[in-house]
Design a binder for this molecule. Structure first.
Ligand code: KE4
Length: 464
């Protein structure tokens, strides 16, 4: 390996003991394996990050392991675009996994955060802003009689499940294969194959005991849900569901499915928790429950509710929520819950969505439909089997000619083809979510030029 430094070369030291990353220095008695490279700044930052953060990331999907290639490091973002550390521009089709429905650096949100920051970042005391944002959430989700803010969607779902167990005095929880409700232990279970399968840990570090009361059932199948309740009529505390699945790629509920979950949970005295962390304020102002006319007992929120800052929320029936400390016996807390900056960002974002509801959601539908239909037409021209699952501005392309209605059919699609498509689109300046099992999102900052750019990039990727 030649060590010929040049002005454009970065000498990169690797294999330094204690995971320290030393740039360009002799490594004492240790073998210093230097690569004389013309590194992009992103690559340089990734090499450093890999010495400091597991996989170089703070969340696994960002490492691009599912799609291959090296992730660009983002320096800034504006509107529909991301800009990396090497000055490359990308059309953003994942919007920070959902929050950026109004595009990046939306001026009213930026201004609200700046003004809140000047008043202090965190007090650990009650503020008017928590009530202001809570009232806006209630305007969008009328079934949310009371709610509590937390700092992530994981916390919202974890807290809602604990609350459901405390309120009902029951232990079992039903979730669905392909649905993700954050990384709390009880939710990290392998998919069960039918009623009998008790939770099997889906992650190292999760003891069997923690998931033995979690039933993971196939999505879009009401019979297995009814059978689970028949087997344990008075033991199931709640059913938690992504009303439109985003974490297996986008998968729509079958006709009557959500209504069926509502009916069964009511019949057996269990709570229905609708996880709208991704769909809330996204599919409509009132999320999926407004679109499908469902009234859950509890709703979880995240992403958009905090305007892109760390924020989640869970809420619903007041009689259930009042089981929470300090009123009731179910404990839940958080240093940064209701953080003033997150509240300010959420208020600015929801206020805009509420004030411009028709324009926002009709525009998102029109733009996203044009992108989906444009790419589908290119796929047909290329003779590539492509299934597009979409609800409003949330969608996923699956490389299969078959319908994708549950996790099994999503996993049966050609995920390697998705990886190749992702890389080709990134090369062309269009950044898709870095996994087949994620949803893509469009913002109000995407317009005619972005529609044309995505379709053109797809033409290059699929036809050449
Ligand atoms: P967070 O803890 O990541 O804020 O929220 C967890 C969560 C809960 N419920 C649903 C429906 C969700 O989609 C999520 C988080 N979504 C993923 C993307 N699909 C977060 C991205 C990541 O993990 O990096």
């Amino acid at each position: 390996m030649s060590l010929i430094p040049s002005t454009s070369t970065a000498l990169v030291a690797r294999h330094w003991p204690g995971n320290r990353w030393i740039r360009g220095e002799r490594a004492g008695t240790f073998i210093l394996e230097c690569m004389a490279l013309t590194l992009t700044r992103s690559r340089e930052l990734q090499l450093r990050a890999e010495q400091l953060l597991p996989g170089g990331v703070d969340s696994p999907v960002r490492a691009f392991r599912a799609v291959g290639g090296d992730p660009p490091f983002v320096k800034r973002a504006e509107g529909a675009y991301l800009f990396d550390e090497d000055g490359n521009q990308y059309l953003d089709l994942f919007g920070s996994w959902g929050p950026m429905i109004l595009g990046h650096a939306f001026p009213p949100v930026v201004e609200a955060i700046q003004q809140a920051a000047a008043r202090g970042a965190s007090f650990g005391a009650s503020t008017a802003a928590e009530g202001d944002l809570a009232e806006l959430v209630q305007r969008c989700f009328p079934v949310v009689e009371k709610l509590r803010f937390v700092s992530s969607g994981t916390e919202a779902c974890m807290s809602a499940i604990r609350l459901a167990r405390g309120f009902t005095g029951r232990k079992f929880v039903i979730k669905f294969e392909g649905c993700y409700h954050g990384h709390s232990d009880a939710m990290l279970v392998k998919a069960g194959s039918g009623v009998a399968t008790l939770g099997i840990p889906g992650s190292a570090g999760v003891p069997e005991e923690t998931v033995m009361h979690t039933l993971a059932l196939p999505f879009n199948d009401l019979e297995v849900v009814r059978a689970a309740f028949a087997a344990r009529p008075e033991e199931i505390a709640c059913v938690i569901v992504e009303p439109v699945v985003g974490n297996a790629g986008t998968i729509l509920p079958a006709a009557g499915y959500l209504e069926g979950l509502r009916e069964i949970t009511t019949e057996f005295g269990a709570l229905l928790i609708v996880d709208e962390v991704m769909t809330g304020f996204r599919l409509s102002l009132g999320g999926a429950q407004q679109l499908y006319g469902i009234k859950p007992d509890l709703t979880t929120l995240g992403k958009i509710v905090g305007g892109g800052l760390p924020c989640g929320a869970f809420g619903g029936r007041a009689d259930v929520m009042d089981y929470l400390a300090p009123l009731g016996p179910v404990y839940q807390a958080g240093t940064l819950s209701g953080n003033p900056l997150a509240m300010a960002a959420g208020i600015a974002m929801l206020s805009h969505l509420i004030a411009h509801e028709d324009e926002v959601y009709s525009g998102l539908e029109k733009t996203t439909r044009a992108i989906a239909e444009g790419v589908a037409a290119v796929a047909r021209e290329a003779g590539v089997a492509l299934t597009t699952n979409r609800v409003g501005s949330m969608f996923t392309w699956f490389f299969t000619g078959d319908a994708v209605t549950d996790f099994a059919s999503a996993a049966a699609s050609d995920t390697a083809a998705f990886g190749r498509f992702h890389r080709a689109m990134l090369e062309a300046g269009v950044w898709l979510p870095a996994s087949q099992f994620e949803a893509a999102f469009i913002s109000t900052a995407h317009g005619k030029a972005e529609i044309a750019a995505v379709v053109e990039a797809a033409r290059g990727a699929l036809i050449g």
